[in-house]
Every structure is written in C-alpha cells, then in structure tokens.
Write a protein that binds this ligand. Structure first.
Ligand code: 4NP
Length: 148
C-alpha cells in the first residue's frame, strides 16, 4: 500500500487489509510505504490511528518508511492511493511485468476510473472517515479478487 507520506492513507489501507486477512485466517504479506520518505520512522497520523481504532483496528505498530526498489521486486501487487503516487511508483518499475503490479486502489471497485483516495492530511477528521470508508470497500474487493 503506497501513498505520499505513509502516515495517513497507506497505513490505513495496510491496517484494514491486515485486519481482514487475520480475521479470515488468510495468508498474505502486507506492508505500506510512502513515496517521499519525509516521515521516515514516524507513527501513523493520530487521526488515522483514531479512525482505525473506532473501527476496531490497531495500526499503532506501523512506522513510516519510503518505498524502495526491492518492494517493487518483492510484492505481487502494489496499490497506490492516487494518480501522483501511481506516476511516482511507475517511474520506479523496470519492466512491463513490474508496471502491471501497480494498481490504483479504487480501480478495484470502479475499474479504469482512476479515482483518487484524497489526501486527508490538511483537512479535518471527516476526511479521514471518508478515506477509511473508501479503503474499507476497496480492501473487501482485494480479498475477494486476490486472496480468496
Ligand atoms: P499520506 O498524507 O500521503 O496519506 O500519508 C500525507 C502526509 C504528509 C505529507 C503528505 C501527505 N507531507 O508531505 O508531509
């Protein structure tokens, strides 16, 4: 799961999917990272931790880190939150097979529409609730399509 800072959106995507995988006893290695590395080592944003906890999910174990080439090589699917993340991650790929791994997460719900998960960093708590709801739906479909 990839966003810009790896403190707001991708930690939520990571935590929600991890929670669903654990609940269902599925096997998958899930991680998240940011493209800019500006928040390396930091906890998720407190507003992300709060909306997760309200929904019964603890994401406080996560720490921000920057995406690296080895992530592109290692993971089968790389979900990005918006078109800017998409372009940044695509620039890191070195083959068509790697490029195919990179998916805008909301395209799991509405294929080809390229809907962004909006960056909630500068907004209020309502933005985080909206992000949670979008990612909750997207992660249900990820489980259905790729992990069931
Ligand atoms: P995120 O939100 O990409 O969802 O983690 C952001 C958090 C911090 C910054 C940008 C986006 N920042 O540049 O500080």
């Amino acid at each position: 799961m990839v966003c810009l800072g790896n403190i707001c959106r991708s930690p939520l995507a990571h935590g929600i999917l991890q929670h669903k995988v654990d609940q269902r006893g599925l096997k998958a290695i899930i991680d998240s990272a940011g493209t800019n590395g500006l928040h390396d080592g930091e906890y998720p944003d407190s507003r992300s931790m709060e909306i997760a906890l309200i929904n019964g999910i603890d994401i406080s174990y996560q720490r921000s880190r920057q995406i690296k080439r080895r992530d592109i090589e290692y993971f089968d699917l790389i979900y990005v939150m918006d078109s800017s993340n998409y372009n940044n991650v695509l620039n890191m790929t070195e083959s068509e097979a790697e490029a195919q791994k990179v998916i805008m997460i909301m395209n799991e719900l509405e294929s080809g529409k390229n809907i962004n998960v909006p960056d909630p960093y500068y907004g209020g708590e309502e933005g985080f609730k909206n992000v949670f709801e979008m990612l909750d739906k997207a992660t249900d479909l990820i489980i259905e399509k790729h992990l069931s």
